[in-house]
Design a protein around this ligand. Structure first.
Ligand code: MG
Length: 383
C-alpha cells in the first residue's frame, strides 16, 4: 500500500475542517525556519516536541492541588494535562477544528508551573518582586522558547506561531509574527478550546479528588448547583447507585454536561459572528468558544466553592504553605551562592540576570527535587 504524505494530510485538513479552523498548511511557521516533514504536519511535530520535552516529563512529579505524593491516585500536573488534552480533542473534533493544534496547546499549557501548585506560584512571584515577577503562562512560553535545549543552532523547541499563541493564555493582546502588524485580540479557536478545557478539567477533577481525599461532605456538595443538578440526573438514571460509584458517575456527568454546553454554545457564537477564516477569529473582540450564560454563572459559583472548601482547606493549604517555606529558602540559597546552580542555568546568568535564572531553575523543579535541594542546601548548612 502507499503511505500518506504531509501534503496529503494538509489537503485532508482543507477538505474536512471548518473554514475558520487553523490549518497546519497555513501555519505562519517557526522563528528558526526548518524544512517540512515528510509524513507529519507542523502541529503534529509540535505535539511530539512537547511530549519529548524534559519539562513535560517533570509534570509527573509536580503538584496539581494535593501535594505530589499525598495519594497515588490523586491528579498530578501530568495527568491533569492529559485530561485537558483529551477534552480539547473532543471539543475540537465536534466543531470541525484542528485537533492536533488544540492537543499541542493543551499539552504545553502547564509546562511553566512551578512545584507546589498555586501556592508555589504565589511564593515565586513574591521572590521575583522588583525583578520582573512570575506568572506561569509566561513561564510556559519561556520553557518552550528558551529553557528546553535540544537543537544545536537555537534555543527552545522552536514551536509554530500558532502553538506559541495558544500558550500566551492571559496575554491581553497577541502578537502576529510579522513586524509592525496590528496585535490580535484573541488566539485561535483551538487555543480557546484548550483554555476552557483546562477549566472543565480542573473543576471536575478537583471535586473528584476532594471527595476521594475526604475533605468534602455530601451536604457541602449539595450547596453547589453544578453538583446538585448532575446528582439529580444520575439518581434518576441509577436509583441504586451508592458510593464509591455514585460520585464517579456524577463527575462523569459534570464533564459531559460542560463539554456539550461548550460545543453547542460555541457553535452558535461562531455562527453569530459569521467568521470565515482563522484570522478573522483572531480579530474578534472576545473569544467565540464559550459556555452558555447559565453554565457560566453556575461555574462561577463552583469556582468560589472550590477556593473556599478545597484550595484553602487546611489539609491542602497548610501542607502547601510548609512546602513553600522550603521554596523560598532554596531561592535565597541560590541567590546567595549562584555557584550552587546547575551548569546550564549558570550559563544563563549573564544574559538573563541572577534572579531570573534562579527563578527559571526553581520553576523547572519537581516537588520532590525541591525538597531534596532544601535538605542539601538549607538543612545541612544549618546543621
Ligand atoms: Mg491547567
Amino acid at each position: 500500500m502507499s503511505w500518506k504524505t504531509r501534503e496529503q494530510m494538509e489537503a485532508d485538513e482543507q477538505r474536512v475542517l471548518a473554514p475558520f479552523a487553523q490549518k497546519s498548511g497555513d501555519s505562519r511557521g517557526r522563528k528558526y525556519p526548518q524544512l517540512p516533514h515528510a509524513y507529519r504536519t507542523e502541529f503534529q511535530r509540535d505535539r511530539a516536541r512537547l511530549i519529548h520535552a524534559r519539562a513535560f516529563r517533570r509534570l509527573e512529579y509536580k503538584t496539581q492541588v494535593f501535594l505530589n505524593g499525598t495519594g497515588d491516585h490523586l491528579r498530578t500536573r501530568l495527568t491533569h494535562t492529559i485530561e485537558v488534552a483529551s477534552i480539547s480533542r473532543t471539543i475540537a473534533r465536534a466543531l470541525s477544528l484542528n485537533e492536533d493544534l488544540a492537543e499541542a496547546i493543551a499539552l504545553a499549557h502547564d509546562l511553566g508551573h512551578p512545584p507546589f501548585g498555586h501556592s508555589g506560584e504565589e511564593i515565586l512571584a513574591e521572590c521575583m518582586q522588583g525583578h520582573g515577577g512570575f506568572e506561569h503562562n509566561q513561564q510556559s512560553l519561556r520553557v518552550v522558547d528558551l529553557l528546553e535545549e535540544v537543537y544545536p543552532g537555537f534555543p527552545g523547541l522552536n514551536l509554530t506561531f500558532e502553538v506559541r499563541g495558544g500558550i500566551q493564555k492571559h496575554q491581553a493582546f497577541y502578537d502576529p509574527p510579522e513586524p509592525g502588524a496590528a496585535k490580535y485580540r484573541c488566539p485561535s479557536l483551538e487555543a480557546q478550546i484548550a483554555n476552557l478545557a483546562d477549566e472543565i478539567t480542573y473543576y471536575s477533577h478537583d471535586l473528584d479528588d476532594a471527595v476521594d481525599f475526604e475533605i468534602l461532605s455530601s451536604d457541602q456538595l449539595e450547596e453547589v448547583s453544578v453538583w446538585r443538578s448532575n446528582h439529580a440526573a444520575v439518581s434518576a438514571r441509577y436509583p441504586d447507585a451508592r458510593e464509591p460509584e455514585l460520585h464517579k458517575l456524577i463527575i462523569r456527568d459534570i464533564i459531559d454536561v460542560q463539554v456539550r454546553d461548550v460545543i453547542t454554545s460555541s457553535a452558535e457564537s461562531i455562527d453569530r459572528a459569521g467568521v470565515q477564516t482563522a484570522d478573522e477569529v483572531r480579530r474578534q473582540e472576545r473569544p467565540l468558544i464559550c459556555y452558555s450564560e447559565h453554565l457560566l454563572r453556575a461555574n462561577r459559583e463552583l469556582r468560589r466553592f472550590l477556593y473556599k472548601n478545597v484550595y484553602f482547606h487546611p489539609r491542602v493549604s497548610e501542607v502547601n504553605r510548609r512546602a513553600c517555606g522550603m521554596l523560598r529558602a532554596v531561592f535565597d540559597a541560590y541567590v546567595l551562592s549562584p555557584d550552587l546552580l546547575g551548569e546550564a542555568a549558570a550559563r544563563r546568568i549573564e544574559a538573563e540576570g541572577l534572579h531570573r535564572t534562579v527563578c527559571d531553575y526553581i520553576a523547572g523543579m519537581t516537588d520532590r527535587y525541591l525538597m531534596e535541594e532544601y535538605g542539601r542546601l538549607v538543612q545541612r548548612s544549618a546543621a
